[in-house]
Design a protein around this ligand. Structure first.
Ligand code: ACO
Length: 315
């Protein structure tokens, strides 16, 4: 397939590190040097499903397509207000499409997993035009008294429209179960038969373990796509990595031995917006006109699970 349109939407509330240091034992200096984040967009009175619909509409406009042209909608999301119906169905109604749709939860790697599903359906002859939407509000998952997690995240929604083409050169996915490194529990409705003790637990993270996993997984996944496509790291014009921590981005850049100019980043203004992070960055680069036709783009994401993936595509 090929990416024919992109769109993204951010919440209007911007929270600075200084604002966080008013109620947390933290500082702009600590957050900036350890993570690269200076500000993040945080959901206040917006609704995530409405942001997702707006991002989808922007991507359709960018592609010059109508909702009725879509054959499939995939939405990547970790949490939102609805347990059911699925967010993709809400998006389908919001944009006025009529095609089948599914939600996936592959944490921060959701965009790459969604591309692989779209590409596989396309190769199987089942679809022509696919809308992928990532909509995430990780700021609703964290404990805002926990300085180790809440400073890292921001919210947002982003979408791409995929149409027939052979621009996607390779996608590689991986998963290695490690459920005690990055996790969150929620309590479901009680029943008369539940006897075990249960409690809500906000997002928990062993930061250094996640850091090491991320660098190793991204280096491996990108290298696998390059090998698959028969090209070298030098042949890639743009590297777009999941925006979790600028130190992770820099470590992957060192591993790939590539210049800083090829690594686009928005973590300074956005923080980590889970699976929305890669398509938001993609949309921003697209709208800034940074991509030329024929440019080679490598994208990689990693997250809770652990899951990870990389995609190599020609613009
Ligand atoms: N402000 C001030 N001090 C802090 C803060 C903060 N916001 N957060 C932690 N500290 C303190 C810790 O309490 C600790 O203090 P101590 O030594 O007195 O115990 C000290 O700073 C060092 O803590 P570390 O955890 O060792 O710090 P580290 O350098 O590893 O940075 C970080 C932590 C930023 C979380 C880093 O490990 C990281 O980025 N990890 C990867 C995170 C990531 O990619 N997450 C992806 C999740 S996305 C998803 O899938 C949902």
């Amino acid at each position: 397939m090929k990416i024919s349109g992109t769109g993204s939407v951010l919440p209007k509330k911007v929270v600075t590190n200084e604002m966080l240091s008013r109620f947390l034992d933290t500082s702009d200096e600590w957050i900036t040097t350890r993570t690269g984040v200076r500000t993040r967009h945080v959901i206040s009175d917006e609704k995530l499903d409405e942001m997702a619909v707006e991002a989808a509409q922007k991507a359709l406009d960018d592609a010059g397509m109508n909702p009725e042209d879509l054959d499939f909608i995939i939405c990547s999301n970790v949490v939102n207000e609805y347990v059911t119906p699925q967010l993709s169905c809400i998006i389908q109604g919001g944009i006025g499409a009529a095609c089948p749709c599914i939600d996936i939860n592959c944490a921060c790697a959701g965009f790459i997993y969604a591309l692989e599903i779209a590409e596989s359906f396309y190769k199987a002859g089942k679809v022509k035009n696919v809308l992928v939407v990532c909509a995430e509000e990780p700021t609703r998952m964290t404990d805002w008294t926990d300085r180790r997690t809440c400073v890292l995240f921001g919210d947002g929604a982003a979408a791409v429209v995929l149409t027939p083409g052979d621009n996607i050169r390779s996608i590689k996915l991986s998963a290695s179960s490690s459920t005690d490194k990055l996790w969150q529990y929620r309590i479901l409705q009680p029943t008369p038969y539940i006897t075990k003790e249960e409690q809500d637990v906000p997002l928990q993270m062993k930061g250094q373990d996640v850091f090491k996993f991320a660098v190793k997984a991204a280096g491996r996944d990108i290298s696998r796509t390059l090998k698959d496509a028969g090209i070298s790291p030098d042949d890639v014009d743009h590297y777009l990595l999941h925006q979790a921590n600028i130190r992770i981005v820099n470590a992957i850049r060192d591993y790939m031995e590539q210049p800083e100019s090829k690594f686009h980043s928005n973590i300074e203004d956005h923080g980590n917006s889970s699976s929305s992070s890669c398509p938001i960055l993609l949309d921003e680069c697209n709208r800034k006109g940074l991509f030329k036709k024929g440019d080679m783009v490598a994208m990689s994401a990693f997250g809770a699970g652990f899951v990870s993936g990389a995609v190599l595509f020609e613009w």
